[in-house]
Design a protein around this ligand. Structure first.
Ligand code: GLV
Ligand code: MN
Ligand code: MN
Ligand code: MN
Length: 427
């Protein structure tokens, strides 16, 4: 049934070990959900919880003899050697940071799955010609420091590593300071250069992830063969007015930043209307100053997260945002800055076909599907043949403590990943 790779490889993937590791990770930064049975995670990137989680997996890597290294952005690598000196590696992983009200599987599953797949290869005695590197990318979520995917963007050369130095979290801590503190805490770990090492562009990149949507569950399928990722653009908007006394200042003379922010967001909702319901438009982060009930707001900052699979729509409507905001203002001024711009990405047949073949060989139900969420894989696309494997999650819920996939669902994805990694690493 299972292809040529090694009959015992798939059997060596341990559902129980993977689940136990995920639950051990979930205890780090554990938070309650809205209902008593939901348990989520708050593990902001570069936080003490993030470091504790990283130490946990570093310990597992040392136990099984994987070489551990870290680059200047904090991207963490675990290397399984291949048999051919100098062969380009196959890379697989995801991220360990979470949303502030995140689930137990988003990101961390892809890291633990790659780790489990490599451990299974070693235990099954399957040698690979190429090395395999398990990676945990830094700050995929962008929950503490926006934008997300900083680690993978810097690795892939999409942006210089100091691009985000001045970005601050809600506590006012800059990215540069948080990273310096983090580097000091991991000074004992072997440093590797940022990006492609010694000219060895990866042979391929594969990322396993929960679907974060309802499709696989609704169709009763095991595996998503991910074909690509829609485009995303993030903006940060500042509306500036004047603070005044709420009891004494007539409405006619105010320069109320809150009122103009409401007008701007309303106008953006009109711009982003889409009868096909494909477009995604979200305003979910807002800061109001001075943030007092009886002072008119003099500054409102808000975020825009805009996504579309068609690059023409992503460009046209994204580029229209600033004009629409300016036209909506009555008394205030606005500035807009773009924080993140990921064009739609198509995955490579080398990987997507390997994922489909492995799913078929293992008798799993699969579906070719795009990703609505962005992932680090998006930034690997220009670098090397890239693909992703999705597994179902309950009710499609993610970025929520109620996020859940079963141990067998997660193990099925990892068995596919193990076979894909073995095939690519011998290709
Ligand atoms: C990733 O977390 C995303 O927002 O798509
Ligand atoms: Mn994720
Ligand atoms: Mn996420
Ligand atoms: Mn994500």
């Amino acid at each position: 049934m299972v292809q040529a790779v090694a009959p015992n490889l798939v059997a060596a993937v341990s559902e129980a070990r993977q689940w136990d590791r995920l639950m051990e990770m979930a205890a780090i930064g554990a938070i309650p959900g809205d209902s008593p049975e939901d348990r989520g995670v708050n593990r902001p990137c570069l936080s003490p919880e993030d470091r504790q989680a990283r130490r946990l997996i570093i310990g597992w890597a040392e136990q099984i003899g994987l070489a551990v290294s870290v680059d200047q952005l904090g991207n963490l690598f675990f290397r399984h050697e291949g048999t051919e000196a100098g062969a380009a590696p196959v890379v697989s992983g995801s991220h360990m940071d979470s949303q502030p009200k995140g689930g137990r599987f988003d990101g961390i599953y892809g890291v633990i799955a790659a780790f489990e797949a490599v451990q299974a290869l070693r235990e099954a005695g399957v040698a690979t010609r190429r090395p395999i590197e398990v990676v945990a990318w830094t700050n995929e979520e962008g929950g503490r420091f926006a934008p997300g995917c900083m680690g993978s963007m810097a690795y892939a050369g999409y942006a210089p590593p100091n691009t985000w130095d001045g970005i601050r979290d809600n506590a006012g801590i800059s990215w540069a300071d948080a990273l310096a503190e983090h580097q000091a805490a991991e000074a004992d770990i072997t440093r590797r250069p940022l990006g492609v090492v010694e000219g060895q562009t990866p042979h391929a990149y594969v990322e396993a992830h929960i679907e974060q949507g309802p499709v696989l569950e609704q169709k009763g399928l095991d595996v998503g063969v991910v074909t690509g990722i829609q485009g995303s653009r993030w903006f940060s908007v500042e509306i500036r007015g004047r603070s005044d006394h709420a009891g004494t200042t007539p409405l006619s003379v105010r320069r109320d930043a809150m009122q103009d922010a409401i007008r701007a967001i309303t106008a953006l909702n009109t711009l982003m209307r889409d009868p096909t319901d494909v477009l995604r438009f979200t305003v979910a982060r807002m800061e109001v100053f001075p943030n007092a009930s009886n002072s008119v707001a003099d500054l409102v900052r808000f975020s825009i997260d805009f996504r579309h699979p068609d690059n023409a729509v992503l460009q046209a409507r994204g580029n229209a945002i600033e004009g629409v905001i300016q036209a909506a203002l009555t008394t205030c001024t606005a500035t807009l800055s773009e924080r993140f711009h990921a064009t739609p990405a198509q995955f490579a047949p080398l990987v997507t076909d390997a994922v489909q073949r492995a799913a078929e060989a293992q008798g799993l139900g699969w579906l070719r599907m795009p990703s609505g969420a962005f992932h680090d894989a998006q930034f690997m696309v220009p670098l090397c043949p890239t693909g992703m494997i999705f597994v179902p999650c309950r009710n499609g819920v993610s970025h929520n403590p109620a996020e859940y996939s079963t141990a067998p669902q997660l193990a099925a994805g990892t068995r596919v990943l193990a076979q894909v990694l073995a095939e690519l690493a011998n290709g």
